[in-house]
Design a protein around this ligand. Structure first.
Ligand SMILES: [Zn+2]
Length: 397
């Protein structure tokens, strides 16, 4: 798997276009990976994913380990066969979910002990070695090293300790890997401290990973801070390996992050907001429940080539959402994913033909981002709710 990444166009500090070869097919980069947390991209079938141009999906080690569990995965012959997706799959390490979803966590150098959020009782210990073993059982094309992703706002010493632990775990993940047919990516941490970010990028870049991810970003920090962290790290990472920014998925971010040298993205954003009736258009996110769509007989996004827009009117989609019909979630998800996939295809084409800056300028001039403060406060609220839930459970336990 080593060095299966080919850059077709590159620049030391700017946008890159390439091809990532995997055992289940080629992934043109830059790329957006739809998220299939439970081994399914919510509301759409693998056939629909193929149809809308998705080339790789991301699935979740933590969730699949707890349910259905490794024995079912072994019997199924791995995750590709279990979910009937024959394209590339990237699996995360489970670290982020253990730290954000579980309670009664005991974090040590050995790993992170936790109790399942599903049955609320069973005890587990996720170590770097187990994270690799699970991902080898799932048979993903790209595995992620276990990292400690600290919450945004931690002090310097806390972030430094988490970053150093991430480094030790990275080495253990590499040592544990048996199947070199599966790529393994390392993760740079360091919070929002430039010095720690650079140290982490240098350390992780010094290890023989097949690709490099930036973790611990898009967790509530202001966007300029995210962009600055990319600028601090990207030049320190090996040029000939893919760079993956974890958890970033809004259209305006793609332009800003691609122009700073990022190749891969994932986020639940396009699919999660679709199920709330938020539809991506070239002018920004629209609420399909808005009365102005009630009698709109054209598609939600004129010119969109997705199944939803080719087949149904905005008025029909508006109607489905008002009635809470299940088809609404599927149609909105198909549109949002196609919008993002096509945007990434346009970005890639523009990088290759030298017109990226023009595309970026014209897209961002037209596109009205969801209010950054609203988005940040929503995320903050969600994280606080998770924290309260955890403390309540801890108090019980
Ligand atoms: Zn569409």
């Amino acid at each position: 798997m080593t060095n299966a990444f080919t850059l077709l166009k590159t620049s030391p500090t700017g946008p890159r276009a390439g091809v990532l070869r995997t055992p289940h097919g080629d992934v043109p980069t830059p790329v957006f990976m739809p998220v299939a947390t439970q081994g399914t991209v919510k509301a759409v079938s693998p056939e629909e994913l193929k149809g809308l141009g998705a080339s790789i999906v991301l699935s979740n080690t933590y969730h699949l380990y707890l349910r259905p569990g490794l024995e079912v995965m072994r019997r199924a012959g791995g995750l590709h066969r279990f979910m009937a997706w024959d394209g590339p799959i990237l699996t995360d390490s489970g670290g982020f979910q253990v730290l954000s979803l579980t309670f009664l966590r005991r974090l040590s150098d050995e790993g992170v002990g936790f109790r399942s959020h599903i049955d609320g009782g069973s005890e587990h210990m996720l170590t770097p070695e187990l994270a690799i073993e699970i991902q080898e059982t799932l048979g993903s094309d790209i595995m992620m090293a276990l990292d400690e992703c600290p919450a945004f706002g931690g002090d310097f010493e806390a972030i430094k300790a988490a970053t150093e632990r991430t480094h030790r775990w990275a080495e253990r993940c590499l040592a544990r890997r048996r199947n070199t047919g599966q790529a393994l990516f390392g993760i740079v941490q360091g919070g929002t401290f430039p010095e720690l970010r650079r140290d982490s990028a240098r350390f992780i870049a010094g290890l023989p990973f097949d690709g490099y991810a930036l973790g611990g970003l898009s967790v509530g920090e202001p966007k300029p801070v995210t962009y600055a962290a990319i600028e601090q790290c990207a030049p320190l990472l090996p040029e000939d390996r893919p760079r993956y920014l974890m958890g970033v998925g809004s259209p305006e971010d793609f332009f800003e992050c691609v122009s700073r040298g990022i190749d891969m993205f994932d986020s639940v954003l396009p699919t999660r907001v679709a199920r709330n009736g938020a539809i991506f258009t070239t002018e920004g996110r629209e609420d399909i429940g808005n009365a102005r769509f009630k009698e709109m007989m054209g598609p939600i996004e004129p010119g969109c080539d997705c199944y939803t827009c080719r087949t149904f009117s905005a008025a029909y989609l508006h109607h489905l959402f008002r009635c809470q019909e299940l088809l609404a979630y599927r149609l909105a998800t198909i549109h949002n994913l196609r919008f993002i996939v096509r945007l990434m295809q346009d970005i890639r084409r523009a990088i290759l033909d030298g017109s990226f800056d023009g595309l970026k300028e014209s897209f961002l001039r037209r596109y009205r981002p969801a209010d950054a403060e609203v988005a940040a406060s929503q995320k903050q609220k969600w994280m606080e709710a998770q924290k309260r839930k955890r403390s309540a459970l801890e108090a019980e336990g």
